[in-house]
Design a protein around this ligand. Structure first.
Ligand code: NI
Length: 152
């Protein structure tokens, strides 16, 4: 019996563009997930996990920035922003991907509001191609994890 039949879920109409559906169907073929509803539920769960950090007080993790280093003075601006936010930046790593594209991986730890501000400033820069973050709570108690105990 499905969630709809059990009455544990709701059904609603959502518009999804053709190219997005084609991409989703390709993922469905390779993932073993049998229908679009299940795939979209899985995608929504990941989206919720990815955005949960905003409601947490203190978080830690990494921010990956893909950018075109030939766009204006982007390297200088990225350095300036990192100096402004040095209170949350633990370390950074620069990878030269090709002639023009660079990846900056920044380890952060601190107040989620401050990290949110940092992300907003980075996304505003001309030449930034993609920003991805992976942030978790910095307080193990908030996740119900006892110190020293494995969660996997
Ligand atoms: Ni580079």
């Amino acid at each position: 019996m499905s969630d709809v039949e059990k009455g544990t879920g709701i059904k609603f109409g959502v518009y999804i563009s053709k190219d997005l559906i084609e991409e989703l169907d390709k993922i469905m073929l390779n993932s073993g997930i049998k229908n679009r509803s299940k795939l979209i539920q899985e995608a929504l769960r990941l989206y919720i996990i990815e955005n949960k950090w905003i409601s947490l007080k203190e978080v830690a993790g990494s921010i990956s920035i893909l950018y075109n280093h030939s766009a204006g003075d982007i390297d200088e601006k990225l350095t300036d922003i990192q100096h402004t936010f040095r209170d949350i930046i633990v370390s950074s790593m620069h990878i030269h991907l090709d002639e023009r594209t660079c990846m900056l991986v920044i380890a952060v730890k601190g107040e989620s509001q401050r990290i949110k501000e940092f992300l907003i400033n980075i996304r505003k820069l001309r030449g930034v191609l993609l920003v991805r973050h992976s942030l978790l709570t910095a307080q193990s108690k908030a996740m119900g994890i006892e110190q020293g105990k494995s969660v996997i």
